[in-house]
Design a protein around this ligand. Structure first.
Ligand code: NI
Length: 136
């Protein structure tokens, strides 16, 4: 079993608000991330897949095939968009990096399987100091 990771980047706006809480409670829990008029991050996404090396290519998966799938299913939907308002797979969900990682996994898991490998990890770096990893 061998693992390979593709890095992609996207810039998005979001805010963290619980719709049933008032502004004071949202501010208490989410701090500046609850700012009414949004804030943004330069997110870095790491998609790791695993499988066996194909003896013909020496690859576990051809990144030339994986990259456009990530682009169409994830990056094009998120980049320069508002995660709370614009992204179909985040509709009605909390726009946290944890939830985003889970939903990106859901976007990719079947397509990756179709390439003969398994999705292993979705890692999202939100800031220099904060990142999330989801293993399904
Ligand atoms: Ni944020």
């Amino acid at each position: 079993m061998i693992y390979i990771t593709r890095r992609e980047r996207f810039c998005s706006a979001h805010k963290l608000v619980h719709p049933e809480w008032d502004a004071a409670k949202n501010l208490e829990v989410f701090g500046p991330c609850s700012n009414e008029n949004w804030h943004g991050h330069n997110f870095v996404l790491f998609v790791t897949v695993k499988g066996e090396v194909n003896p013909d290519t020496g690859f576990v998966v051809n990144l030339k095939d994986l990259s456009p799938v990530i682009k169409v299913k994830v990056i094009d939907k998120l980049d320069h968009k508002n995660i709370n308002l614009d992204v179909d797979f985040m509709a009605g969900k909390m726009a946290s990096t944890e939830v985003l990682a889970i939903e990106i996994w859901n976007q990719l898991v079947d397509a990756v399987k179709g390439m003969g490998v398994e999705l292993h990890c979705i890692k999202i770096q939100e800031t220099e100091n904060n990142f999330v990893e989801y293993f399904g």
